[in-house]
Design a protein around this ligand. Structure first.
Ligand SMILES: C[S@@+](CC[C@H](N)C(=O)[O-])C[C@H]1O[C@@H](n2cnc3c(N)ncnc32)[C@H](O)[C@@H]1O
Length: 211
């Protein structure tokens, strides 16, 4: 796809997101991930790392509300949802969603998460967190993997059989991170949404059913 065609696609996806009430076109990435892997199945307690401007929080809320009606059965079910977002940037408020403005790599944030969900009860952790790119693909990729590594601590608060979605950049240490996930999840898949730029080295890793 030419640069111009790619820009056109990006703009029309952005307009489409706005028309549907989403704050960013990244909303479509999460919908694509959901369609392919059903990561939100029976998800009521959700942690979103790197939330600004908030479209993944909006998508999470929509699906969590649907889940309350969809899974009224004898299996795992909740009659309410809890969603927590965090970012170093501000996220303008969304009803019924708790947002904390801070760096999630700070140890205090772990305590906030633990007390918000009251223990290891999270059904789904999603992380679209990105480093601020410098333009140097090599060092950016290493920084992004370091950021990804700092999310692993939250797996302690993910329930048994819970799911995980994380954005990473392909390159050095990617395989090592993938192997870490394989130790923690029954299935791990790599996925590049259609909504991602063709040239970008971003890829989402999907960890299904925490061991
Ligand atoms: C691509 S944006 C997220 C978009 C979001 N998923 C949405 O759909 O609206 C990545 C975000 O990660 C945040 N971020 C990166 N490192 C972070 C950290 N250590 N703590 C908190 N937020 C961080 C950035 O500030 C940025 O807002």
């Amino acid at each position: 796809m030419s640069k111009r065609a790619e820009e056109h696609k990006r703009d029309s996806q952005y307009q489409q997101a706005k028309r549907q009430g989403y704050r960013a076109r990244s909303a479509f990435k999460l919908f694509e991930i959901q369609k392919r892997f059903n990561v939100f199945k029976r998800s009521f307690y959700i942690l979103d790392l790197g939330s600004a401007p908030g479209s993944w929080l909006q998508v999470s809320k929509k699906i969590a509300i649907e889940n309350i009606d969809k899974f009224k059965d004898g299996f795992y079910h909740r009659d309410h949802f809890k969603i927590l977002g965090v970012d170093i940037k501000n996220v303008s408020s969304i009803d019924d969603i708790h947002f904390i403005k801070m760096d999630f790599t700070q140890p205090e944030f772990f305590d906030h998460v633990k007390s918000f969900f009251q223990g290891p009860k999270i059904d789904l952790i999603v992380s679209d967190a990105s480093i601020k790119k410098s333009g140097n693909k090599f060092s950016d990729q290493i920084k992004q993997v370091n950021l990804c590594n700092s999310t692993l601590v939250f797996l302690d608060l993910l329930k048994f059989k819970g799911n995980f979605v994380i954005k990473i950049f392909e390159g050095e240490d990617y395989q090592h991170f993938l192997n870490q996930l394989k130790k923690n999840f029954q299935t791990v898949k790599a996925f590049k949404p259609q909504t991602s730029y063709k040239k970008s080295n971003e890829v989402y890793l999907i960890g299904l059913r925490k061991k």
